[in-house]
Design a protein around this ligand. Structure first.
Ligand SMILES: Cc1cc2nc3c(=O)[nH]c(=O)nc-3n(C[C@H](O)[C@H](O)[C@H](O)COP(=O)(O)OP(=O)(O)OC[C@H]3O[C@@H](n4cnc5c(N)ncnc54)[C@H](O)[C@@H]3O)c2cc1C
Length: 456
């Protein structure tokens, strides 16, 4: 059988794959995206579960003035997000509302006040933290992140304070946003993240789940190509060091697709497997082994017959300081009621294991998270139930992130006409779904420069 011909073929329909596919289809390249699942979006999607709409991954989407927004705008696809509501920090069991700007300073003020109260009760003097000194050093860090290359963020902070609550706040922020504990990543990485992603600002929550958004992107691909779901790519065809196309399983048979350029969204390691390790030099393979540090996570979804937090049902987001595992809590149905069936509520929490370096014991993680939920939300025992735990281990095919903030992996590969897209190839300071979107924009730029559309 004659191979099918496209200008561009993309393996995987995550935000990276569909993003680059949509951009190139829109620029006149006849594009095919193949996806092995029966839905599009990968870890940027959603599914129905007992009447609730649950995320497959990303929930807090950095979108304003980001590459994610750029992709949807450029191809004319709708991105349905609700702006993130007010943020609260739970410190020492009490909730504090954060201002839209300056949340870190407010958090440090609260800690100083709590220390004063403690000193009043116990007698003696409160050990005041030099808030201005910390904020000043933080600002300098964001101006010149590269100066803070050699130390972890925790060691950086220890130069200014050893206050446990202050370390707790920063660890919660870093774990939630930068996908590693403060003792696991460099201060340079954290500052670069704050510069690139603007912390927790400009975030949106998918109104009806991200699947709707990704189906909108798939439509943009189909305007000048196709998206095949239920279609596993079995190998990438390489001849004399150049990618020529792919072979997929479709309708029970094998189909060969030829293209000028092959883009892979399956992660750099899985891309190598689709070709065979023997085709790569040891240097390249070692670089991937060292730099790809997948992030484990457990998400817990809790249903209830009344809102568990905030108890009045307002839309809000909570960062919990000092819990066993949970760091952030999002009452999804208070933000978008259509995510739960009528009369029910849906809350979800992220649980970060103590170490992101090693395999987590899933059973232990889930036990610890359940203890947190019971302790943090008194209404849970009477009104709530866990509908699902979703744990992603370090060696899972779809971890939380393929690598952590501060690690840079190239989109170029040693094979000509083959590029990677997705969160396994971030630039400095990027992580999560927008890291994947950034690769889509970058690789679309490379393709537009090096290949002419209309050859297929
Ligand atoms: C639990 C969890 C929570 C998260 N929370 C957030 C968050 O709040 N905010 C945020 O920004 N990010 C978050 N992330 C990270 C974010 O979801 C990812 O960084 C991003 O979606 C990754 O996109 P990607 O383009 O790299 O590809 P992926 O989503 O990994 O997509 C790759 C696709 O390739 C397909 N595929 C694989 N092999 C083949 C093959 N051989 N043939 C065909 N198809 C194949 C897969 O099925 C998949 O659909 C979270 C992730 C998880 C798991």
């Amino acid at each position: 059988m004659q191979p099918e011909k496209y200008d561009v073929v993309v393996v995987g329909a995550g935000i990276g794959g569909l993003g680059v596919g949509a951009l190139l289809a829109h620029s006149g390249y006849k594009t095919l995206v193949v996806e092995k699942c029966d839905f599009v979006g990968g870890r940027f999607s959603s599914y129905e579960y007992e009447g609730f709409t649950l995320p497959t991954g990303a929930v807090t989407i950095h979108y304003k003035d980001t590459e994610t927004e750029q992709i949807f705008k450029e191809v004319g696809a709708e991105l349905e997000l609700i702006d993130a509501p007010t943020l609260f920090y739970r410190i020492a069991g009490k909730d504090y509302e954060m201002p839209p700007k300056g949340a870190i300073g407010t958090g440090l003020d609260i800690i100083n006040r709590l220390e004063e109260d403690k000193a009043k009760v116990l007698g003696g003097f409160a050990k005041a933290m030099g808030k201005e000194k910390i904020l000043g050093a933080f600002r300098s860090g964001t101006k010149e992140p590269d100066k803070e290359k050699g130390i972890t963020f925790k060691d950086w902070l220890l130069q200014y304070t050893d206050n446990e609550m202050a370390h707790g706040i920063f660890d919660t922020i870093v774990s939630t946003l930068a996908a590693a504990h403060s003792y696991e990543i460099s201060a340079q990485a954290v500052f670069s993240f704050f510069v690139a992603m603007k912390g927790f600002r400009d975030v949106g929550i998918p109104a009806r789940g991200n699947r709707v958004n990704m189906e909108n992107l798939a439509k943009a691909v189909k305007a000048n190509g196709d998206v095949w779901t239920n279609c596993l790519a079995k190998r990438i065809v390489v001849e004399r060091g150049r990618a020529k196309g792919i072979v997929v399983e479709k309708d029970g048979g094998e189909v060969e697709i030829e293209a000028q350029v092959v883009l892979s969204n399956v992660g750099p390691k899985a891309t190598v497997e689709l070709i065979g390790e023997d085709n790569f030099k040891e240097d390249y393979l070692r670089n991937l082994r060292v730099n790809l540090k997948p992030k484990p996570v457990t998400m817990v979804f809790v249903a209830s017959d009344r809102p568990l937090w905030p108890e009045d049902g307002r839309a809000a987001i909570l960062m919990v300081v000092g819990a066993r595992r949970i760091t952030s809590v999002i009452p999804l149905s208070s933000i978008s009621p259509q995510l739960a069936p009528p009369g029910q509520h849906l809350l979800f929490a992220f649980g970060s294991p103590v170490s992101n370096e090693v395999r987590m014991d899933v059973e232990v993680e889930q036990e610890q998270i359940l203890k947190d939920i019971k302790e943090q939300f008194p209404l849970f025992e009477k009104h709530g139930r866990v509908i699902k735990f979703d744990s992603r281990n370090v060696d899972d095919e779809l971890p939380e992130m393929r690598t952590r903030v501060g690690i840079v992996v190239a989109v170029e590969t040693p094979v000509k006409d083959l590029y990677n897209v997705g969160d396994g190839c971030p630039i400095m300071g990027y992580t999560g779904s927008n890291a994947a979107a950034e690769t889509a924009v970058r690789v679309a730029g490379i393709v537009r420069k090096q290949y002419k559309p209309g050859k297929a």
